[in-house]
Design a protein around this ligand. Structure first.
Ligand code: SF4
Length: 483
């Protein structure tokens, strides 16, 4: 499930967050939590701790197993409270300076923030703040929040944070660390997940339940959209500092981003993916001998499809989990090679068969094309592809790395053209209503959709001020850094 160097043809969730207050081994727990959230970001990770007197911070480029698994790394982070972050690449590009949590001292108080999501007015805010004298240390959108906190006329970390967040638009699930203070906050639409757990009575904040499971913590509840919750050694206080809005959780979390063993917003990801497969089987059946998933993310939907259609499920494509970062190369030639490094057809399950291939999505279509060819080369008589999401026709501005709209296959072609392009005998996507049914809704309410589904519908739940202003996101970095 974790995105690797050859997942360029997938959408990427950009971040995962974790926080704990009141545990002596806070940094080790955070490293474990981040390890469970690794699928939400592999490019960099960071942990900030507080020991009652001082903050300590470590930010490193790479995966948790390479960056925070050693005793030395954990020892350098003393304290009973901690927050952590894994990142793919948020607004501002990759590089050490953008690895979170970000830390600042504001009016004599230390504060660290870790952000999952993306602000859609950060470029405008950045220009305004810079013009007023703010000096930015990173190119990350999250830094705007710290600068807005610094110039706020409110007192205290919590009020300054609420004041800053009233001025941003877009998606944010944030964890914050102050002096004996752990904060969790979700944007009013609740686009990205954030939940509360408990480990022997100590509060844990995390993007997904898999980060609770790994440390033996219990799930308590989801942080509500628009809720700001503050934990101190004295207890928990919940605030609602933003105008109330209708919840618009990202429906793609169910299709692809979240780990299948997580429950998100009270719903099992694995069960949902199986229901998506069953919906697909009812909506778009095909005469076939085997149902084969494109691993790993297509597996639960393929199981659901096979069970509903009463067609045998087979592992017809084997994924090599040991494709390392050694092979990262931007050139198309190496990318082409990469598909074969990562996947191989299992001839024994395919030869002479009519195959239904199940995948979670089609982005550029180039990987699907190669996988279909691989399955045909292994002797498939027919290849029918079924996709567990509606056609991805629009970019995401809420913390998911998507190519520009022109590069999305479904933005350029209808389903018939896509079928010819990827070389299948038939191609079908789940309908948007089918997807809503799989997550437990009767269908999509056209005038008031229950989820964010903008990458399928183009119906963005917030204003997109940066895009409307025509200003490009900040990418400029004059400083080259050693990593
Ligand atoms: Fe999720 Fe798509 Fe909305 Fe982005 S645009 S938040 S990926 S549903």
């Amino acid at each position: 499930m974790a995105a690797g160097p050859f997942d360029h043809d997938k959408l990427h969730e950009e971040c995962g967050v974790f926080g704990v207050l009141g545990k002596p081994d806070a940094s080790a727990l955070t490293a474990l939590g981040l390890h469970a959230l690794q699928h939400r970001g592999q490019e960099g990770a960071g942990i900030v701790t507080y020991d009652g007197a001082h903050f300590s911070a470590e930010r490193r480029v790479g995966e948790i197993r390479d960056t925070f698994s050693s005793e030395d790394a954990i020892k350098s982070l003393p304290g009973t409270s901690a927050i952590g972050h894994v990142r793919y690449s948020t607004t501002g590009g990759s590089g050490m300076r953008n690895v979170q949590p970000l830390y600042a001292e504001i009016a004599g108080h230390g504060v660290a923030l870790a952000h999952n999501g993306n602000l859609t007015n950060s470029t405008i805010l950045r220009h305004e703040l810079s013009a007023a004298g703010s000096i930015f240390q990173s190119t990350s959108d999250t830094e705007c929040i710290l600068h807005l906190m610094a110039i706020s006329d409110q007192h205290g970390v919590v009020d300054r944070l609420a004041d800053a967040l009233r001025q941003v638009e877009g998606a944010y699930s944030l964890v914050g660390l102050g002096q004996n203070l752990l904060i969790g906050v979700r944007d009013p639409l609740g686009v990205r997940p954030l939940l509360l757990g408990s480990l022997d009575g100590a509060p844990i904040l995390a993007s997904e339940t898999c980060a609770l499971d790994i440390i033996g913590a219990k799930f308590v509840r989801d942080i509500e959209p628009g809720e700001l919750v503050v934990f101190t050694p004295e207890g928990e206080k919940s605030y609602s500092p933003f105008p109330k809005m209708k919840r618009r959780f990202c429906i793609f979390e169910y299709v692809y981003f979240a780990r299948p063993d997580s429950r998100v917003e009270g719903i099992s990801i694995y069960d949902t993916r199986k229901r998506i497969g069953a919906e697909l089987a009812r909506e778009s059946p095909a005469e076939a001998d085997v149902v084969i998933p494109v691993p790993d993310s297509g597996v639960p939907a393929a199981i659901g499809f096979a069970q509903e259609a009463h067609i045998p499920f087979e592992l017809g494509i084997i994924r090599n989990h040991y494709v390392g970062r050694t092979f990262i190369e931007p050139q198309q030639k190496v990318r082409d090679f990469g598909v074969k490094l990562k996947h191989n057809a299992n001839r024994a399950a395919i030869e002479g068969k009519r195959v239904i291939l199940v995948d979670d999505s089609i982005v550029r279509g180039t990987t699907s094309q190669k996988i279909v060819k691989m399955v045909r080369d292994a002797g498939a008589r027919e290849v029918h592809m079924r996709i567990a999401s509606p056609p991805t026709t629009n970019s995401c501005f809420y913390g998911v790395d998507t190519p520009e709209r022109e590069k999305l296959l479904a933005a350029r072609m209808d389903v018939g053209e896509m079928n010819s392009f990827i070389g299948t005998d038939s191609l079908a996507f789940i309908s948007i209503d089918g997807l809503y049914r799989a997550v437990g809704e009767p269908g999509r309410r056209a005038n008031a959709p229950q989820y964010c589904d903008a990458c399928f519908s183009g119906d963005y739940p917030t204003t997109l001020s940066d895009r409307a202003s025509g200003r490009a996101q900040v990418q400029l970095s004059l400083l080259s850094e050693r990593e």
